[in-house]
Design a protein around this ligand. Sequence first.
Ligand code: PLP
Length: 272
Amino acid sequence: MAGARRHGSVPGEIYSVPTSYPFRDGLSGEEAAEHTIDYITTHIGATEIAAFFVEPIQGDGGIVIPAPGYFARIAEFCAENGIVFVADEIQAGIGRTGTWYSIEHHGVVPDLVTSAKGIAGGFPLAAVTGRAEIMDAVQPGGIGGTFGGNPVSTAAALATLEAIESEGLLVEAQRVERALTARIGDWAERFDLVGEVRGKGAMFGVELVLPGTRTPNPEALTSVIRYAAERGVLVLDAGSWDSVLRFLPSVVISEALIDDAASVIEEAFAAL
Ligand SMILES: *Cc1c(COP(=O)(O)O)cnc(C)c1O
């Protein structure tokens, strides 16, 4: 997902700030949070900010899991400065990481949460959930859209949420995490071009590097994805440098299928 291409500029007064990327910045959560806060105070000004949006586990950004303590400090900074803390859970939420929302891994309660993708089993639906004082600040119907609350999609969402509960799918996602960790968790030790394997639940990333360095290796990723696709294993790329192999399997994938997929990718590494 290397930088947006030909998308034009974003509207003014939206800023991107550095976050926590343990593999690349080597900082503790507290240090990375101070870095973010310093950037905000020196480049923008804490009082100028309405809301801080963040993916608690970045999806397209490369399955980046901020260091422990990062979000606790950021949430505290937001509270001190009247900034609404928004967790974008569109990719990592709704059970994918073994908890309902991925921010739960960080022990922080956000002011607002965005959901979509998994929320209605593929039917188009998105949701914003939050503290009543924020949600009720506009009059009923004050925020709407053509397709908001589509009856079929909302029925699908209710069925999806019910299935996650009744079929124990959070526990299934935790099982996938254990299975993936057992099967591919040692790839960084076994393969020179693997910099790091990281993930939660059924959301894993394998960061490819030039052997012996931390330099991103997008060429290797392209080859691996092509090799795997030719053998029936579909993986996605991710990361700011297009160098992270992204695993987003079904939370009910079997250990046997994980093993199959991992074997094909190991062959792809060997073929490089
Ligand atoms: C897909 C995605 C979006 C976009 O969601 P829409 O509902 O299509 O606007 C936003 N954030 C994350 C993390 C996503 O993965």
